[in-house]
Write a protein that binds this ligand. Structure first.
Ligand SMILES: NC(=O)c1ccc[n+]([C@@H]2O[C@H](COP(=O)([O-])OP(=O)(O)OC[C@H]3O[C@@H](n4cnc5c(N)ncnc54)[C@H](O)[C@@H]3O)[C@@H](O)[C@H]2O)c1
Length: 292
């Protein structure tokens, strides 16, 4: 890449300051307005936890924008039904994110649709158990802690490693990119509440692994980002009484409501379209900071 260097004197007050400008040649630019929605057209995506909540909204948005998507979720999920609702471009692949065999077969299913370019990790579970409950003299069962770490951390990483291997084979797209991986943490990574030791630890791990994985995969032209949602109106919260949901929504300074899963999906699209987003975590939370 040829660079041009020039020196200029610029008057600042009574001083003449010398600046050295190094002009880099123009990089291939993606005009964000012109490209909105267009980038996704024809791409192949894999969305884990795609049968419900944030994952389902992501599948819907990707398909609406012309992506072909493998919706990966547990066999017990509503995946098949949701895939037929979403229609053309969406294939349900049942499996467990913690299983290497299930994940490789989901990647194979994506390969049948074309080149895998987008992977979104939404599969996750949560529990509410205190480290030690002195009223009941009950300690946190270790297997319950391990299960949350297994699904949320190991499951996410399991998907990332196989997706990265597949994406690395892609022909580079504009600006040498081969793929984008988006994970889902939670604001519990920062403000875990009572009973969220396991959940908070798992989401904190997802936050912490974002940068090292982005660094690992940079040489392959693969970007890695994480979204840390606040409170979103998914089946998880939808099952709570209206009064409780309204109360929870009011905890957010502005807008004082629960998030719409479509707003999460919108951010997924933005991340795919904006190449400068890499190696970091975006809170999507209406400025909420959870109390103990
Ligand atoms: N809804 C919120 O307010 C909120 C807030 C912060 C973070 N999150 C995170 O966002 C993600 C999605 O949450 P949601 O609210 O959409 O939940 P959800 O329960 O509606 O969806 C999660 C999906 O993951 C699937 N899943 C669970 N374990 C799996 C496994 N082992 N293999 C494959 N699929 C599995 C489930 O079947 C389900 O369809 C989760 O990681 C959750 O922790 C949600």
């Amino acid at each position: 890449m040829a660079t041009v260097t020039r020196k200029e004197s610029i008057p600042v007050g009574e001083l003449d300051l010398f600046f050295t400008f190094t002009c880099l040649p123009r990089l291939p630019q993606l005009n964000s307005h012109a490209m909105a929605g267009i980038i996704l057209k024809g791409m192949v995506g894999l969305v884990t936890g795609g049968a419900s909540g944030l994952g389902k909204a992501t599948v819907q948005r990707l398909v609406r924008n012309g992506c072909k998507v493998v919706m990966f979720d547990l066999p017990s999920s509503e995946g098949q039904k949701v895939a037929s609702e979403v229609g053309g471009g969406c294939v349900f692949h049942p499996g467990d994110v913690t299983s290497p065999e299930d994940v490789t077969s989901a990647i194979d299913a994506a390969k049948n649709l074309g080149n895998l370019r987008v992977t979104v990790n939404c599969a996750g579970i949560g529990i509410a158990v205190k480290t030690y409950n002195n009223h009941k003299d009950r300690i946190h069962p270790l297997d319950e802690f391990q299960r949350v770490i297994d699904v949320n951390v190991c499951g996410t990483f399991n998907v990332i490693r196989f997706a990265a291997r597949e994406m690395a084979k892609n022909e580079p797209g504009p600006s040498d990119e081969r793929g984008v991986i988006i994970n889902t943490a939670s604001i519990a990574a920062y403000e875990g509440q009572i009973g969220q030791a396991a959940y908070g630890a798992s989401k904190g791990a997802i936050v912490s692994m974002t940068l090292p994985i982005a660094r690992d995969l940079a040489s392959c032209g693969i970007r890695v980002m994480t979204i840390a949602p606040g409170l979103f109106e998914t089946p998880l919260l939808g099952s709570l009484p209206e009064k409780v949901r309204t109360y929870l929504g009011k905890q957010a300074p502005f807008p004082t409501r629960l998030g719409d899963p479509a707003e999460y999906a919108h951010l997924v699209q933005t991340i795919v379209e904006n190449q400068m987003l890499n190696g970091s975590v975006i809170r999507l939370d209406a400025a909420i900071r959870m109390q103990p």
